[in-house]
Ligand binder design. Sequence first.
Ligand code: SF4
Length: 81
Amino acid sequence: MGSVMGKLKVVVDWDTCIADGVCYALCPQVFEAGPDGKSQIVEEYRGDKPHEGFVPEDLADCVDQAKTACPTGAISVERVE
Ligand code: SF4
């Protein structure tokens, strides 16, 4: 059996993201500037859509910092298997 660590599903809501860059300044391991400066998930962890991804749990602190600091609450995080 492999690692028991889960992953985090991370989604940026492009309807509420105001492209201020706070999340990708704080957590560039996961977030980067996408179209018009809105936040997207870096290619390594990206899912089917650029603003959705699956991130290893060891980056949870980084993701949580970005989520907490986002002024519009555009980042959602959910633990998945
Ligand atoms: S911190 Fe929030 S509003 Fe700012 S770029 Fe990231 S997702 Fe968008």
